[in-house]
Design a protein around this ligand. Structure first.
Ligand code: C5P
Ligand code: C5P
Length: 473
């Protein structure tokens, strides 16, 4: 019989306690995105605190190669976070009973039966919205020792990185909500309703407004001069003691003035919608320095994603583990480079010629030779956020290593399609000898190049030409 969540967590505790007692070494393998880096570091921190002999590494995906590497690995026990879905049987064959997966990706019913798989879906918890790998790692850490509850702040970063703040006004639901409240009670996070500007702690107000693309405000988004002009005439002091003020520094009256200026500018367009999207819950870590990119949960998560996406996972991992020295400057440079790269790719892809197939409900974009493999997910999320694609499913493809093609799919915010992208990607990839999976609203796949035409045909039939009522057109 399938274990309950509590039973699985105490199973995890027993396994780890046994490793520590018998001096077995533990290897943690995790994904390189924000959720991967946070879940990997939460569990590694908990293991180190418990006195385990452990090391951690990151991977951009879980593949046969990773499995092969386990065969020759001298470590005795493997903990895999944010990866490993679909590989339970292979892990059993390769490692016997010496492994645990902590995850939140959708898995088959058969896989749920395996007691070494500790996956949210097994316990009726929606891994797409209610908990991510960081949350699962947090629960496992607390099961190991209650004092690990101080790792709750990192679990908040993981959920923000995976865009699980999908409740009303960007709030959390389910386990994420519970974990955020634990962090709040411990004084580790402040949760406030505020303006959702990108770079709340680090960017001058006008820049923050210009670089916020959700909501997309026609005339302001990407237009720094226009933002400066409306803010300048709003009555808010944009500078203080010779330096630009950032959004987090505004008092209530000033926030009201900013809202009024934006509403006036957008009046007649979609001012109410814009305001609904622009005000939501912010997650601030009071123990981080003012104006640091680690103080705002969303900016922290972007920094971690940027480290993973440009192959600098080690920097992100060090920050999560608590390093606050020179590494911060490195992380800051990575974040700046990443934002620059995003702007470049988005600029190129804004040209219609890359939109290769389009219907009322879906758009396919060819990013081959433009977007590097590791950035595919970031760019597909951004394309899905553009007003042009509102209500649609976006599928982006890029070239990947060893003659493979990587697909990344996203439902835009207002998309009402019943299609489960995780199933589409998993089933399609399996049919053409690839690997795929993910979540209902965000999923990916990888196939070899020789299968590209067939896979595109499969997507045409099963996604592009399916109307919003679910029928093939
Ligand atoms: O591997 P993992 O589950 O962590 O990745 C999920 C990805 O999907 C993240 O990059 C997250 O930002 C993205 N996502 C999204 N829109 C959603 C849900 C997730 O872009 N509604
Ligand atoms: O790469 P991307 O961000 O589009 O991935 C979206 C989601 O799909 C992630 O949760 C990722 O782990 C999952 N995915 C997968 N198998 C793949 C590619 C992506 O499970 N081959």
């Amino acid at each position: 019989m399938t274990k309950s969540l509590d039973e699985s967590l105490s199973f995890f505790k027993d396994k780890i306690t046994d490793c520590i007692k018998s001096k077995k070494s533990i290897s943690v393998t995790t994904h390189m995105d924000c959720d991967g880096l946070t879940s990997g570091s939460i569990i590694t921190k908990a293991l180190i605190r418990a006195g385990a002999n452990c090391t951690v590494r990151t991977s951009k995906e879980f593949s046969k190669n990773v499995l092969e590497s386990f065969k020759t690995d001298s470590r005795d026990f493997h903990v895999v976070t944010d990866l490993g879905g679909g590989f339970a049987n292979e892990l059993d064959k390769t490692l016997g009973d010496n492994w645990i997966v902590l995850d939140h990706h959708q898995i088959s019913d058969e896989e749920k039966e395996n007691q070494n798989v500790i996956n949210s879906w097994k316990y009726g918890i929606d891994g797409g919205t209610e908990i991510c790998a960081g949350g699962m790692a947090y629960l496992a850490s607390v099961a190991l020792d209650e004092r690990n509850s101080d790792l709750s702040a990192l679990a908040i970063v993981s959920a923000l990185g995976d865009r699980q703040d999908q409740g009303e006004r960007k709030s959390f639901t389910g386990k994420n909500f519970e974990i955020a409240n634990i962090a709040k009670e411990q004084g580790l996070v402040d949760i406030d309703l505020d303006l959702l500007l990108v770079g709340r702690e680090t960017r001058p107000l006008a820049d923050a407004l210009a670089f916020t693309s959700q909501p997309f405000i026609e005339g302001l988004t990407w237009n720094r001069e226009a933002c400066f002009s409306i803010l300048n005439s709003s009555g808010v002091n944009l500078k203080e003691e010779g330096r630009w003020r950032v959004p987090a520094e505004l008092n209530e009256e000033e926030k009201r003035q900013v809202i009024e200026a934006i509403t006036k500018f957008a009046s007649g367009k979609n001012a109410t919608e814009i305001m609904t999207e622009l005000i939501g819950y912010t997650y601030t870590f009071p123990r981080e320095d003012n104006r640091s990119f680690l103080r705002d949960g969303r900016e922290y998560s972007t920094m971690l994603n940027s480290c993973g996406r440009i192959n600098r996972s080690g920097v992100g991992m060090a920050v999560c583990m608590g390093d606050r020295n020179k590494i911060l400057r490195e992380a800051e440079t990575i974040l700046t480079d990443y934002r620059k790269m995003i702007r470049e790719y988005m600029n190129i892809l804004s040209n219609e010629r890359w939109r290769i197939s389009e219907s009322e409900t879906c758009v396919m974009v060819n990013g081959e030779d433009i977007v590097p493999e590791t950035m595919t997910g970031t760019i597909s999320s951004l394309i899905a956020g553009s007003p042009k694609n509102s209500g649609k499913i976006v599928i982006l493809r890029t070239k990947a290593e060893e003659n493979t093609i990587k697909f990344s799919s996203r439902k835009s915010f207002s998309c009402t399609s019943d299609i489960n992208l995780s199933e589409i990607m998993r089933t399609g990839a399996e049919r053409f000898d690839g690997i795929g999976g993910g979540h209902n609203a965000a999923a990916g796949a990888k196939i070899t190049k020789d299968k590209l035409d067939e896979f595109l045909k499969y997507l045409e039939v099963n996604v592009v030409n399916v109307s919003s009522s679910g029928n093939s057109q």
